[in-house]
Design a binder for this molecule. Structure first.
Ligand code: SF4
Ligand code: SF4
Length: 159
């Protein structure tokens, strides 16, 4: 390539580059200044998995069957069924923990649950300086379900 052609190519690429930059500066931003500005979550946004409560009885729907724990690809669900003093199974969780520090928000646990006891809430602000604080117990999971809209049914509304 001749020197003149090279100069022409360089000048052209400078003009094209500036045109791209100029176009970008005049477009409306696609980001928000979080956390000062809140993101406008789309309907159906999927956050963390949480435990559903029967609003009439106040009890968890969970029967501690353990299917969600077995279906979780990263093994972050711990379920221990409650028993009475004779060892009889009570079909409710004594322990139900989800380690949100490793949850992939994949929804597979929700799909696996035969008792409609899990749901993805549109909650995502769970950052913490301590990893153990990200292991949410059944009370925390149920409380989040009450506070946040769920996304599995009715496109973002609680059923
Ligand atoms: S959403 Fe996925 S990764 Fe998270 S607990 Fe459920 S199955 Fe496991
Ligand atoms: S949440 Fe559902 S799948 Fe998991 S233990 Fe409870 S009833 Fe079983």
């Amino acid at each position: 390539m001749s020197v003149l052609a090279e100069i022409w190519q360089a000048a052209k690429s400078i003009v094209v580059g500036h045109a791209v930059t100029w176009r970008s500066t005049t477009r409306p931003p696609v980001t928000v200044n979080y956390p000062d500005e809140r993101p406008d979550l789309p309907k159906g946004y999927r956050g963390i998995p949480v435990l559903k409560t029967n609003l009439e009885t106040g009890q968890l729907n969970c029967t501690a069957c353990g299917l969600c724990a077995r279906s979780c690809p990263v093994n972050v669900i711990e379920v221990v069924e409650e028993t009475d003093e004779n060892g009889k199974r009570l079909r409710r969780p004594k322990v139900f923990n989800i380690d949100m520090s490793r949850c992939m928000v994949c929804n597979l646990c929700v799909e696996a649950c035969p008792f409609d006891a899990l749901e993805m809430a549109n909650h995502f602000e769970i950052a913490d300086y301590s990893v153990p604080n990200l292991i949410f117990n059944k009370e925390q999971l149920a409380e989040i379900w009450k506070q946040y809209d769920a996304v599995r049914l009715a496109g973002g509304e609680k059923p």
